[in-house]
Design a protein around this ligand. Sequence first.
Ligand code: ATP
Ligand code: MG
Length: 357
Amino acid sequence: TQRTGQSYELAILPGDGIGNEVMPEALRVLDAVGAKHGIRFRYRNFDWNCETYKITGRMMPEDGLDRLRDHDSILLGAVGWPGVPDHISLWGLLLPIRRAFDQYVNLRPVRLLPGVTPPVRDKAPGDIDFWVVRENTEGEYSQLGGRQGEGTENEMVLQTAAFTRRGTDRILRYAFELARRLGKPHVTSATKSNGIYYSMPYWDERFAAIAAEYPDVRVDQDHIDILCARFVMSPERFDVVVASNLFGDILSDLGPGVTGTIGVAPSGNINPERVHPSTFEPVHGSAPDIAGKGIANPIGQIWSAALMLDHLGEAEAGADVVAAIESVLSDDSAPRTPDLGGTASTEDLGKAVAAAV
Ligand code: ATP
Ligand code: MG
């Protein structure tokens, strides 16, 4: 069914380094899929990055959040550059956006794509195909705690994790809804209730309570240590994996790591209710070592745009983009960037995906 007349206002933040090289390819693919499905995208470009920080002392203008607020989504490249400490780009741009727009879900598909050699043996596309859902606003990454008895023999540091009922339930519920929507009715919870005294037993308790609302969805619970081992040894067993902020942080890098190249992995920072815009960005950073050469793999950025389409309710268009990525990678004669073992440019690969759409 072709939907016509849909129009979306997108905030485009290419950021630093290869962000500026891969973003045009994602927009090229969006234009192609938009033409096919009768969807119009309007792009507003924001040149907020470490360059502007060096000149103005800010990663974004004072009213930056207000300028983003009215967009349907935010598509981000990568921010960060040598000479600008990570916490500046993080606290000056990414975290304020995440918090102001209550993007409480961090979502990462983990899928072995055709034509990519994984670091684990004997895995084929289809063996690794699952989603990591990370809680993105609370948990272990809190500012609760402090130092006591500084400089004395009794010096002690406390770091408190905060798990609210609201914060815990909403991420768990998102995972169950996602499992249903994907037609993969199976959720694995990352826990550590044998070692962590208060928070993880609570997490397990809420997991059981929410699971009871979804009798059609099969559940598993794995301690985070064995879960990490299973990501590598038996990734076939996973469909949707839900985790707290810290555990999810670890799993959401381990997942793409198992699938071979960092250049293809996408992510979303999502406000599921769509009260506020969500942000979609590749997992990789600004890659200073290859920036300016025109050889970065654009697939992470293109796939991030596909996640955005899903979120906007344009599931068919999103699926078309993922299918185009897979068909290009399956074709031995199609262009490949150096990270995929070829000699093609960023633009060659972007054009091939757009043509496949
Ligand atoms: P950040 O802290 O922002 O995540 P980082 O330094 O940890 O950045 P990246 O910038 O992602 O990591 O770079 C890590 C390595 O992966 C580099 O060698 C880089 O060239 C490579 N890389 C990252 N993205 C791509 C891409 N799209 N295509 C090809 N290689 C990439
Ligand atoms: Mg990094």
